[in-house]
Design a binder for this molecule. Sequence first.
Ligand code: BGC
Length: 788
Amino acid sequence: MITHPSYTVEPWRVREAALHLDLLPQSESVFALSNGHIGWRGNLDEGEPHGLPGSYLSGVFERHPLPYAEAGYGYPEVGETVVNVTNGKLIRLLVDDEPFDLRYGRVDRHERVLDLRTGLLHRTCEWTSPAGRTVRVRSTRMVSFTQRAIACVAYEVEAVDRRVRVVIQSELVANEQMPRIAGDPRVAAVMDAPLQPEEDFARDARLRLVHRTQGTGLRVAVAADHAVLGPASTATSSESAGDTARFTATGVLEPGEALRLEKLVAYGWSGERSLPAVRDQVEAALAAARTTSWDGLLKEQRAYLDEFWGGADVEIEGDPEIQQAVRFGLFHVLQAGARSEERAIPAKGLTGSGYDGHCFWDTETFVLPVLTSAAPDAVASALRWRQKTLPAARERAAQLGLRGAAFPWRTIDGLECSGYWPAGTAAFHVNADIADAVVRYLVVCGDDRFERETAVELLVETARLWRSLGHHDRAGRFHLDGVTGPDEYSAVADDNMYTNLMAQANLRAAADLAERHPEEAAALGVDEEETAGWRDAAEAMHLPYDDALGVHEQSAGFTGHQPWDFAATPPEQYPLLLNYPYFDLYRKQVVKQADLVLAMFLCGEAFTDEQKARNFAYYEALTVRDSSLSACAQAIMAAEIGHLRLAHDYLGEAALMDLQDLEHNTRDGLHIASLAGTWLVLVAGFGGMRHSADGWVDFAPQLPESITRLRFTVRVHGRALRVELTDSVARYSLADDGEALRIRHYGEPLTVTGGTPQQRRVPRRPERPEPRQPAGREPAARRVPKNP
Ligand code: BGC
């Protein structure tokens, strides 16, 4: 494990106390700012050195051919990749004759702080040029939550001990030179200079560039405006040509004097609108931001985040690292989804180009549950995006010979982009994951319009898929054969438990909703016979069980496979997918990521407590966690079963995935699902929160030894419920004085109000033998500092 020596542990900030150039690619992801519409990686203001330059707009992508050595029917032929759009954060500095570049001269101090309460990224640096001129540089960067087209930078340079001439160049740059893309040259050809110039403009302090993506024809406009504060002698100029627009401020600074630049940047894009229309769009956004002013934008950002934290914060006593990490995670989950507005929320958010900027089931299964409580509007809009992509999903289902909709495994605009069908097309569970997110949103937020306009259609089309994909055998049992569950080390298997249970819930929910909204259902062609067919399939769903071992089978026949030889697998051979053929992984008992264990969390009522404990122990010994989605699911079930220390260890892995770069790929972007999973472990794991089929919200809390207190607020039936836990007591109260709310604590019904909290004892769970992991794959033990 790499522990980052320079991130200090603080409750509300991530502070990098010194610059480590070798960690730059990672810190660019950690310090990325986004509102779900615009994403700016945490690149240094001056652009270089860098790991990966990154400015993204949700939904701006390019297409390229998907290569196959041997093609086959129904293989997706077109891939999609997120585009690095015009960089609006760039501010270069010349100090006398020297470019301000931290690879040269002497860095006396360099600090970056991401403030999770204000939503600002601050940088302070003291640098002496090779010629001996010392300057202090301070910058503050923000991507606005309240004005979604706006991002801004305040940049200040101060002379320290000698008079210096400084030149600040604030730029917009399109088609930045990128590190070389390895792999398919056809992808590189498209992505090398993806933006074609359409217009450049510079006048006074105003800049603008308009470009268009070549293949997808998306028009991207970026405009900037500047305010300069500096000595009277400061001179300014501006110019533009093709891919660059530049505003320059030049001044001579006496020691202690500073030159400050405030840069407002507006982004807009469209696949439909004309050049004048998109140009006007960014100019209008800029005009609004100018009127709000720099200070006004900062205030709006703070107010937005105050409200967010008021309903979403989690307080932990006893583990300061996790305290910081859960807030860091919540902040990034918010950034990924807040203003994505009917576009995909990618697995990396807008923090990097990893996974080509694609959205996976990560969104519905890990990210949306958190946003359902913390920012429900973002959930409705993410699911409306799925609805918008239904035409493509219906077409894909038809191509596969199926009914209803087959949503893509990975995509940006709704088309299937997975070139590997055993872990793409066959992973049909994404359809049930979408249905699950729809149902959760309705239960928690109750949104009639969404229910009629979006939920019915999404549930009906996904139910149709399951009904046509599966079949009843001679004994009447319903099977879903040849599918891939969450565990990608098994593929094209029959009756994957996770898929079957999630599909069962999908079929039942679709039938219920169609009956509640007969008109909407009829408009989609649903009749009684069809809903009866869904109910029959759900009732008859086959759930494979190994009687001899007394455990459920991850899929039919799984427990009869040869066990993987863990003892003969050296640590450097993980992740296994990079070192062993899928052919071998698929035919042995080895689990990449929680699959049946995740099913026990999401469909817990299908299992008895004893089954859960036995299944957990069995699959724990086979699970290697080669996916960042695994640790949080294992933590939740470990907590439910009573393995609290293990749950705490897994919590550490999920929470610190990016702050400690545990998978050595944070440079490609953050693991948003794992960050969301941190919240899930605290609320659903240690808080034991579950939505039961009978409509109750249940809590069965239990804290690990070193976490002495846990407080969180969750949305329950549209209300904000405050939960406070110690090792022996749970307290429940409402954040407001409205109507009382009914919940259950360990099965006991409670009436909760905004007054005195309901207080109940936390019972001790039975001790169980500690489960074992595959040799060498144990999670790192959480070492909590004694005196934080
Ligand atoms: C996991 C998938 C996940 C994807 C994106 C893969 O390694 O196995 O479950 O959706 O990463 O995070």
